[in-house]
Design a protein around this ligand. Structure first.
Ligand SMILES: Cc1ncc(COP(=O)(O)O)c(C=O)c1O
Length: 406
């Protein structure tokens, strides 16, 4: 038995590929390529690993799934069923989270764009925290909260100070003056939390450390200005779970704890907002080779419009028609957008034989692929979910047309 892509849901046994326990041939015979499959139990296992790792180190840990990683209702439903909170950036996600019965005290909402309607809904629904990237939004939130006679908890998203980063509050002199004024005058908001989300696919502790250092520095600056922070939120940025096993998560948690224990200010809670870690390796694409070109280039019937580079996924490719052949011959893989820019991989180790009609499995596409997918006039792929041995189609492009939220 061999795990493919380090994924326990993709097993090669006696020369046969099993996709979540089901023979691949059975699945591919039923579906037209390209199609996508999600493994419900992988999402659950990833959640469990994440919780085990952080709860083994922190007794004040809270977790909010970043919906933007994958906002398919069936995926978010699984996350909800495991008791994870939600981190959301807009009204469509908020409506979905409430429909799926995420409790309001486990929902954090915010981002660079906070329309009035979103703020109203957050306040009316008693959302745990609104995350602001711009201090003027705090004043707007205060005025709306006042109208409803409520006090809204606020999380300040601070700039990571990474070169060129423009997101979040810098806490420069002007902003600190405004913050003090807000503290004194705006009684319908309470600044409780600070958030710094550093990067994506962070696979060494140094990046987590930089992020934490940034948060701690900002907390000191805030304290000097008279703003006392209760909770720290270190965002997401973890790679796919197959890339970062649980023992590495524990090491990261311990490293963070050590730095925090040497810091003289104590906090109520520490939050994380993983997206990719929970769902990234829970999704695969099956596509087909539609053309074998010279110099070992192949074209698949999927491209960057649905499996985009922007997703920054750790893509792995397998020729499942020749799954027992060695994958050690450099091959370049292009997509079907009619531009030479549509390249999925260059010089990727693949099978020697390449034939039109070969089926190709692409792993680690569960996070951000659908989010960043863009409009191109091809049919969207069918999407299925395997849950405890049962395959259910959760998206049919001919029936549902689009998976956007509204
Ligand atoms: C503020 C914030 N939190 C969490 C996430 C989730 O990140 P990831 O999927 O890398 O864990 C993001 C992603 O961009 C983010 O911007």
């Amino acid at each position: 038995m061999k795990k493919l892509s380090g994924n326990p849901h993709l097993i090669k046994k006696d020369g046969t590929l099993l996709i979540d326990g089901i023979e691949a041939s059975e699945i591919v015979n039923k579906n037209q390529t390209p199609f996508m499959i999600f493994f419900a139990n992988r999402v659950k296992n990833n959640i469990n690993s994440f919780y085990r790792a952080f709860q083994s180190v922190f007794d004040n840990f809270q977790c909010f799934y970043s919906f933007k990683a994958n906002f398919l209702p069936d995926i978010c439903r699984i996350v909800q069923s495991e008791g994870v909170g939600a981190e959301l950036i807009g009204l469509p996600e908020l409506k979905l989270a409430l429909k799926l019965q995420f409790p309001s005290e486990k929902i954090i909402v915010g981002g660079p764009y906070l329309p009035q309607e979103l703020i109203e809904k957050c306040i009316l629904e008693n959302i745990k925290e609104i995350v602001v990237y711009n201090l003027n939004h705090v004043i707007l939130i205060d005025s709306i909260a006042k109208k409803y006679n409520k006090v809204q908890d606020i999380c300040l998203r601070v700039n990571t100070q990474k070169f060129g980063s423009k997101l979040g509050i810098d806490l420069d002199v002007l902003e600190l003056t405004l913050l003090k004024k807000i503290q004194d005058e705006n009684k319908n908001v309470k600044i409780t939390t600070i958030l710094s989300h550093y990067s994506t696919q962070m696979n060494n502790f140094e990046q987590f450390k930089q992020n934490l250092r940034n948060v701690l520095e900002k907390i000191k600056i805030l304290l000097k200005a008279g703003v006392r922070i209760e909770n720290i939120n270190l965002g997401g940025g973890f790679p796919e779970a197959t890339i970062m096993p649980e023992h590495q998560l524990i090491e990261i948690a311990k490293g963070i704890k050590l730095i925090l224990s040497n810091f003289d200010i104590k906090f109520k809670n520490i939050y994380f907002e993983p997206g990719r870690y929970l769902v990234g390796d829970a999704g695969i694409f099956i596509a087909k080779v539609i053309k074998v070109y010279k110099d070992r280039w192949i074209f698949l019937n999927i491209g960057n419009h649905i499996c985009p580079k922007f997703a920054k996924a750790s893509l792995r490719f397998y020729n499942i028609t020749r799954i027992n052949d060695p994958h050690k011959y450099k091959t370049s893989i292009a997509g079907i957008i009619p531009t030479d820019q549509d390249v999925l991989a260059k010089n990727y180790f693949f099978t020697k034989e390449l034939e039109e009609g070969d089926l190709v499995m692409i792993t680690n596409v569960g996070a951000y692929c659908l989010t960043f997918s863009n409009r191109f006039p091809y049919l969207l792929p069918e999407i299925s979910l395997i849950e405890d041995g049962n395959i259910t189609q959760i998206f049919d492009p001919l029936v549902h047309h689009d998976f956007s939220l509204n």
